[in-house]
Design a protein around this ligand. Structure first.
Ligand code: ZN
Length: 314
């Protein structure tokens, strides 16, 4: 989140005696004996979801009990229960100041209500009352956990990342995957071309299917993989486009079959039977849109590769 968004959250957090975590964009802290974190639900409005982790004499929260407050207050819109986690959605105001007032009131109402029912702060995973709970961020997501559960989570994560790192790229299978994907792309070029559409969309189909095909069978997309996929795409766009035109030629001249048309296509263009500018113009458009489809897909694959979500105590 950027500095401006963090500052806005600060305006809500400070009057409630809570803090802001700039990395994952949540408001968090202790409120009336409960560890809570608030997530802005909708960035166009000031509504928040406040997360509690609760038990009652060691038992899981009772749905009909904790939901009761939604009926009683018009600013508490919804209540969702996931194990020990209880999440209330709070209505905001039209302005920051009004929202601050509303949030304060709602939080007061909820915490008084929960205390009256006998609910205690607990770890969202094990529901313990034996050890202290704190607010953590686990792989970029906030969580109310005990020390033991956080340590266990961290161990699991580090094993998973190690396993992911050990996954070897299967270049041959990846190449097959990219080729199969590119066949779908070529099919799209031919189909849309035959239907008389400018083949822009088929370029995007080509890019996405080739890259996903590689990732699916190759398990990983390295720089080498990106180069292989790009070469396959370049070839298959050309083949797809030329086949599309060959089919049209074969349809027009009944004594010419598709494969013969494919072979003599350059001659047909040279001799003026086909409009060269149209042929190459169409090809250029498909190449352009293949690039438009490929760049964001490749970028997100690279980003995913680099991303290591952080885990820490807030
Ligand atoms: Zn625990």
């Amino acid at each position: 989140m950027n500095k401006k968004e963090e500052k806005t959250l600060q305006k809500f957090a400070a009057p409630l005696g809570l803090s802001v975590d700039g990395k994952n964009g949540v408001i968090y802290g202790e409120y009336e004996g409960y560890h809570v974190y608030l997530i802005q639900v909708n960035h166009n409005s000031y509504s928040f979801a406040v997360n509690f982790s609760l038990n009652k004499a060691g038992e899981l929260p009772q749905q009909d009990e904790v939901k009761q407050i939604v009926k009683e207050s018009k600013d508490i819109i919804d209540c969702v229960i996931q194990g020990y986690q209880v999440i209330y959605t709070l209505r905001g105001g039209m302005t920051v100041a009004k929202t601050v007032d509303k949030l304060g009131l709602s939080l007061q109402t909820i915490s008084a209500f929960l205390h009256k029912l006998g609910y205690q702060d607990t770890c969202a995973l094990c529901g313990t009352n034996e050890s202290d709970v704190s607010l953590y961020t686990v792989e970029g997501s906030p969580a109310i956990l005990c020390d033991d559960c956080f340590k266990k989570q961290q161990e699991t994560i580090s094993i998973q990342t190690r396993e992911q790192r050990n996954v070897k790229e299967a270049i041959l299978s990846g190449t097959v995957g990219a080729f199969l994907g590119s066949l779908i792309g070529a099919g799209a070029i031919i189909l849309l071309g035959q239907l008389g559409y400018v083949a822009a969309i088929s370029g995007i189909v080509m890019a996405i299917c080739s890259i996903k095909g590689y990732e699916l069978l190759g398990k990983k997309l390295s720089t080498k993989g990106i180069i292989i996929v790009s070469v396959i795409m370049l070839m298959m766009v050309y083949v797809g486009n030329r086949l599309d035109w060959s089919i049209s030629v074969a349809n027009y001249y009944t004594d010419v079959d598709i494969f013969y048309a494919f072979r003599i296509l350059p001659d047909l263009i040279r001799e003026g039977y086909l409009e060269g500018s149209q042929y190459y113009g169409n090809l250029a458009i498909v190449y352009l849109f293949s690039a438009i489809g490929a760049i964001p897909t490749i970028m997100s694959a690279i980003r995913e590769r680099k991303q290591t979500q952080e885990s820490y105590k807030m």
